[in-house]
Design a protein around this ligand. Structure first.
Ligand code: ZN
Length: 198
């Protein structure tokens, strides 16, 4: 078991787009094992290879709850083939210790990827569930995008980053999501948000 060091915000590796994996070698399999060890050791829901210093298109996640059997999932060379709907969610990221911010996400996502044995699979996650949000979050890491780029409240996020001693927001990386924001606000009018701990 090897718990790797998690790279934190400010390191350029997190902004570098990752490369496809051409062969699932023993080295890649070991990396994936270590990514799971690192994710579980840090109580994370997901972890992408760049977060441990490798710009490969790989992420792992486990969306099981505390009292459930683990549900480890590996995504190699993933491609989001469809996403729609809009939700907001408070997210954290192992590369941003103790930071939780309100971000925009799609509600539904269909992703194609390869598993640890190189077998292709397609997975659909709907209803804005944790799995749907985690897939989008981890996929972003492979593109060099970060959850703060989806922030709904730039000023609140600036304050949190400063409070935690992390580098400031990078305005050039903020994503233009006017349509998503509009849909989230429409939903909020229909279903006022309920505050709950996640
Ligand atoms: Zn993350």
């Amino acid at each position: 078991m090897t718990v790797l060091k998690v790279i934190t915000y400010g390191n350029n590796i997190l902004r570098t787009p990752s490369k496809e994996v051409h062969k699932i070698s023993a080295k890649i399999q070991k990396l994936i094992d270590d990514m799971f060890d690192t994710m579980y050791a840090n109580n994370g829901v997901g972890l992408a290879a760049p977060q441990v210093g490798y710009n490969y298109r790989i992420f792992v996640l486990d969306d099981s709850g505390e009292k459930e059997q683990p549900r480890p999932k590996v995504f190699i060379n993933p491609k989001i083939i469809k996403k729609h709907g809009a939700i907001n969610s408070y997210e954290g990221c192992l590369s941003f210790p103790d930071v939780y911010i309100n971000v925009r996400r799609c509600e539904n996502v269909i992703i194609k990827a390869k598993d640890i044995k190189g077998r292709p699979f397609t997975l659909e996650a709907t209803g804005g569930i944790l799995l749907a949000r985690a897939i989008q979050h981890e996929y972003d890491h492979l593109e060099g995008n970060l959850f703060i780029d989806h922030t709904r409240n730039r000023f609140e996020t600036e304050n949190i980053l400063q409070e935690k001693g992390l580098p400031a927001l990078e305005p050039d990386n903020l994503l233009e999501e006017a349509e998503l924001e509009e849909k989230i606000q429409e939903n909020e009018v229909k279903n006022p948000p309920v505050t709950n701990a996640t």
